[in-house]
Design a protein around this ligand. Structure first.
Ligand SMILES: Cc1ncc(COP(=O)(O)O)c(C=O)c1O
Length: 379
């Protein structure tokens, strides 16, 4: 005779990101958009791309958008359009995705790091004075995890030295800083539509947004082989054109972005509420008049690697963004940095952990994550 099993059911996994849940909700509209592009048989630099450029520029509160093949290209071309050349120095934070630095290196310029603030993980404006040299040519401010860098002092520093400021807004579309949208704060801003971003394509895509007609025109020329007329090139450029399929997909998703952002913010509030009862967890710090869009919900804890393993055993996804600060990457060995050069970036790299965060996340999943973190910290 078989006996009924009373063992606990295996809890449902909580992934760090669930793009399939998002696709399930919008697949009919996506398919219609893709069909529309197929019907037009125009795949590069067409109506969808132009419409997306206008829509994203409006969202960021600027006059121009230039669609590109990736966020990395957006950084490279924005820097190039601002006049960055081989041998120049660029100030940027060491705690970011490697693309922020490698875009500078791609132009033969040198990344010069300015440490981050330990509470926001973004560039500390007070560090700029220590790092600037006569060779400094631009500043790249990153809005990490969906939270703006403290732009007013960065912009004031740049203005006094006539340096352009590029916002790396890859992770913070829709965020705002003292009532102004990220993307509208510097001379130009770069967006990434990498699939995992808050507004993600189904492949690679990116954009430069700016209020400057000259910078927009320069990027437009550079993305298409430096052509200023049909088969007439005035300088070496790239092929970095946004394709119509991605633009059409992004236009569908853009209509949902504000709702998705609201959902991320309410999930963050729920995590914050639960973590306020768990000592040992530092939730994201959001300064007054900053609006965080929670591309990532990133906590800080001691014994981070052990916590990650503990969560993984319980089928809870988490990711370390980023385990190696740029100055300690093998890529930048030649810069001669050593441990303790940028202590706040190094400590963040040891202690941060990004927890499950996506619009479709449910409160019971958040509760399960917080409970597991609490259980670990009690051990
Ligand atoms: C901070 C940051 N900068 C730049 C990039 C580069 O964007 P992409 O992957 O679209 O080239 C990314 C994303 O991957 C990013 O997170």
């Amino acid at each position: 005779m078989s006996t009924p099993s009373h063992s606990n059911p295996v809890p449902e996994p909580v992934p760090q990101l669930d793009l399939a849940a998002q696709y399930a909700a919008i697949s009919a509209e996506i398919r219609t958009a893709v069909e529309r592009v197929m019907g037009s048989q125009q795949f590069v630099l067409g109506r969808e791309g132009t419409a997306l450029e206008d829509e994203i520029a409006a969202l960021c509160g600027v006059a121009h958008g230039v669609g590109l093949a990736s966020g990395t290209d957006a950084l490279i071309l924005a820097l190039r359009a601002c006049g960055v050349q081989a041998g120049d120095e660029e100030l940027l934070p060491p705690f970011t995705f490697v693309a922020t630095g490698s875009a500078v290196s791609a132009l033969g310029a040198k990344p010069v790091f300015a440490d981050i603030r330990p509470d926001t993980y973004n560039m500390d404006p007070a560090e700029l004075e220590r790092r600037v040299t006569p060779r400094t040519r631009a500043i790249v401010a990153v809005h990490l995890y969906g939270l703006a860098a403290d732009m007013d002092p960065i912009l004031a520093f740049a203005k006094a030295r006539k340096l352009p400021v590029i916002e790396d807004n890859a992770q913070a579309i829709g965020a705002s800083y003292k009532g102004r949208r990220t993307g509208s704060l510097g001379d130009a801003a770069c967006l990434s539509f990498y699939p995992t971003k808050n507004l993600g394509a189904y492949g690679d895509a990116g954009m430069v947004v700016t209020n400057s007609p000259e910078l927009a025109e320069r990027v437009r020329t550079l993305r298409n082989h430096g052509q200023t007329g049909k088969y007439l090139s005035s300088e070496p450029g790239w092929n970095s054109r946004l394709d119509e399929m991605q633009a059409a997909i992004l236009r569908v998703k853009l209509r949902y972005l504000s709702n998705w952002q609201g959902a991320r913010q309410s999930h963050a509030a729920e995590y914050n509420r639960l973590f306020s009862q768990i000592p040992g967890v530092m939730p994201p710090h959001v300064p007054e008049r900053f609006e965080h869009v929670y591309h990532q919900y990133t906590i800080r804890v001691e014994f981070r690697d052990a916590l990650q393993a503990f969560l993984s055993e319980r089928k809870i996804g988490s990711t370390v963004y980023y385990p190696y600060p740029l100055h300690l990457q093998p890529l930048y060995k030649s810069l001669g940095h050593k441990l303790r050069d940028f202590p706040h970036a190094e400590r963040a790299a040891q202690e941060v952990l990004s927890l499950p965060m996506y619009p479709e996340l449910r409160n019971e999943q958040i509760a399960r994550v917080a409970e597991a973190v609490g259980e670990f910290l009690k051990c």
